[in-house]
Structures are given as structure tokens and as C-alpha cells.
Design a protein around this ligand. Structure first.
Ligand code: NDP
Length: 321
């Protein structure tokens, strides 16, 4: 993408920061947020992006230009398990302010989540038309955050004739921020904590590397339309969480303690038909992507990870592992 004027929320976050930094090379990029992480703000500005302080809970967008061509809305207030009212209001009102302010844009992309789906059994491949409702015992306010904002996107896409796409993200990971769920799990392994997994079988997900996120955002903008289009957004492969934990252990030598019990953090797998039709396949295989991410984030294991990858012909520097 070149020569566009792009607005990004959540630009300090794990998902949108690499996108903002990459797009800033050839476009005018503005990142909005509270900038609770000053290092991330500095990096964004060094990449050429403008930054603009905005708390979506309270602030209007006075003083911000209106002539954006593309919007990536990735900010989220996930809530603290109890503040359902605040969570619904903050995400809905923030999204409404943003869409109203940028209603002349060519495309609006809202980053939603698979957490909006009503839970089916662990092997179900969720399709876009599946029952909604969400359930996240680890953070019950989170599905409310995403469903509230999805409603606003649908509403304003039509009321303002703003072409929009709601991309329901699976698990994104890569060498930004905390690195995503896989790196959070790895840090728990390093601390010697047990990893909760189901008594039988595994939890599965579609890991999506940030390189694919960066490449696919402009493709998703091309898919925006009115009424808003909804699409699942995850990696091609179905990855077992237990397999992931064991792989990270093999890469680094850090032991994994599997705690097989009745409660583990459930993940989801998607049906990819629509995503494939709209934006095609992913390019980063999960084994290479995880090894690359870990080698980048954890210097102390870098040599061992490279030796392991070389021995198994996992190509860390190529596009497909
Ligand atoms: P992070 O937790 O890494 O970042 C959250 C972002 O939201 C930060 O940039 C933060 O900016 C911004 N934010 C939070 N509260 C406010 C506020 N009140 N006003 C303005 N900005 C705010 O999130 P991720 O990057 O992991 O997630 C990005 C999006 O993707 C979210 O919408 C999330 O629901 C969705 N998603 C993510 C998945 C993942 O695997 N990471 C999986 C599925 C969906 P600041 O603190 O500077 O204000």
C-alpha cells in the first residue's frame, strides 16, 4: 500500500503495532491510544507514524484530521471480569466515535475475535454464521467487549455507508509486545508453572504470525463493504496447544509440566473457506513462526533454537516453514 492516509487504534498492541510500523514506510499513518507503553510510542514515531492521544473511554476526536482513507480499529477494553456495563459502553462508544469521525474513509477494519462464538465442542470449526454469544470463563467481560463493538460496526457501516469488515481473529503471535498467547504460555513454563490442558485430547487453535497479519490487513480492507462483511481470521493450520507446549520445550530445553484437568483455557478453530476466498492463504508455518519468534524474543535460547531448527530443516529465514 502506498500514499494512503491510515488511522490505527491499538497501535501499541501486539496485533496492530507491526502493521502500523510496516505501513508507515509508504503511507501517512496516525496511531491513536493512551500510550501506556512509552517505548511502543517511541518505536511507532521512529517508524514515521504520527501519534495522537485518545482514550476511547472518554475522549472525542477533536483536532484529529478527518480525511483518512483506511482505518484499522484494533484497540480493545477487555474489562476486568465484572465491569460489563463499562466494557460494553467503552468499546461501543469508542467505535462509534471513530466511525463517525472517519465516515468518509474507503475502508474500515474492525479486529474482532473468535471469542464471540457460542461455545461448541472443541473439534467444531466455527463458521461466520454460527451462533453468537461468546463464553470466556477466564475473562467473562471480553465477549461482551467484542460483540458490542461488532454491533456498532454493523450499524454505522450502513448508517454512514462506510465499507467495513469485521475480522474475527484467532490467536496472533510474533515478536511484538508480549508475543501473544504462545509466549505467555512459554513464560509460565519458564517459571515452572504447570500448564492446564484437557484430560483427553487437546485444545486447538489457528495460530497467525504477525507477518501474515501485516500482509493481510490491506487485503482485508479490499474486502470491506456495506453491509459490513464478517470473516474469520486465523492461520491455515490447526495447532494443538499441547503440541505447541511440547514443541516450545523441545526448542529451548525448558521442561513443560502438563496439568491434565477439567479446566483449561479453551481455544477455537475456524472454518477458513471465506477467508481463503477473500484474502488467500497464509505464508508462515506455525513451527517456523514459533521458532523465529522465540529466537527473537529470548536471546538466551537463540543458538539452541537455531540448532534445533537446522537439524529438522525448519527454515527460520524463509517464508514457509
Ligand atoms: P493488546 O492488549 O496488545 O493491546 C490493546 C490495545 O488497545 C493497546 O494498543 C491499547 O493502547 C489499546 N487500548 C486499550 N484501552 C484503550 C483505551 N481506553 N483507549 C484507547 N486505546 C486503548 O491487544 P492485542 O494487540 O493483542 O489485540 C488487538 C485486537 O485484536 C483487540 O481488539 C483484540 O480483541 C483482538 N484479538 C487479539 C487476539 C490476539 O491473539 N492477540 C486474538 C483475538 C482478537 P494504549 O494502552 O496505548 O491505550
Amino acid at each position: 500500500m502506498q500514499g494512503k492516509k491510515i488511522l490505527v487504534t491499538g497501535g501499541t498492541g501486539q496485533v496492530a503495532r507491526p502493521v502500523a510500523e510496516a505501513l508507515a514506510a509508504d503511507n501517512e499513518v496516525w496511531c491513536l491510544g493512551r500510550f501506556t507503553d512509552p517505548t511502543a510510542r517511541k518505536k511507532l514515531e521512529e517508524s514515521g507514524a504520527h501519534t495522537f492521544i485518545w482514550d476511547m473511554a472518554t475522549d472525542d476526536l477533536e483536532g484529529l484530521p478527518r480525511d483518512f482513507t483506511h482505518v484499522l480499529h484494533s484497540a480493545v477494553h477487555r474489562g476486568d471480569r465484572r465491569d460489563f456495563e463499562d466494557t460494553a459502553r467503552i468499546n461501543a462508544a469508542g467505535t462509534a466515535r471513530l466511525m463517525t469521525h472517519c465516515s468518509a474513509a474507503e475502508a474500515f477494519l474492525y479486529v474482532s475475535s473468535g471469542v464471540v462464538y457460542n461455545r461448541a465442542d472443541g473439534t467444531h470449526r466455527y463458521r461466520e454464521g454460527d451462533p453468537l454469544g461468546g463464553a470466556a470463563p477466564w475473562l467473562p467481560t471480553y465477549p461482551v467487549a467484542k460483540l458490542s463493538a461488532e454491533g456498532v460496526v454493523r450499524g454505522l457501516a450502513e448508517a454512514r455507508a462506510l465499507p467495513s469488515v469485521i475480522a474475527r481473529l484467532n490467536i496472533a503471535y510474533g515478536p511484538y509486545g508480549h508475543g501473544g498467547v504462545p509466549m505467555i504460555l512459554f513464560n509460565e513454563m519458564r517459571e515452572g508453572k504447570p500448564c492446564a490442558v484437557p484430560r483427553e485430547g487437546q485444545n486447538y487453535c489457528n495460530l497467525l504470525h504477525t507477518d501474515d497479519v501485516v500482509r493481510q490487513v490491506p487485503l482485508l480492507w479490499e474486502a470491506a463493504r456495506t453491509p459490513a462483511r464478517v470473516v474469520n481470521w486465523g492461520g491455515d493450520e490447526e495447532v494443538g496447544i499441547t503440541d505447541l507446549l511440547e514443541y516450545m520445550s523441545a526448542l529451548t530445553g525448558v521442561p513443560v509440566r502438563l496439568d491434565r484437568n477439567d479446566f483449561s483455557r479453551e481455544t477455537a478453530i475456524f472454518d477458513h473457506s471465506l477467508r481463503r476466498d477473500l484474502i488467500g492463504d497464509c505464508t508462515i508455518g506455525w513451527k517456523a513462526g514459533i521458532a523465529r519468534t522465540m529466537a527473537e524474543l529470548f536471546e538466551e535460547y537463540r543458538e539452541r533454537i537455531h540448532d534445533y531448527a537446522d537439524g529438522r530443516q525448519i527454515m527460520l529465514d524463509s517464508d514457509r516453514g
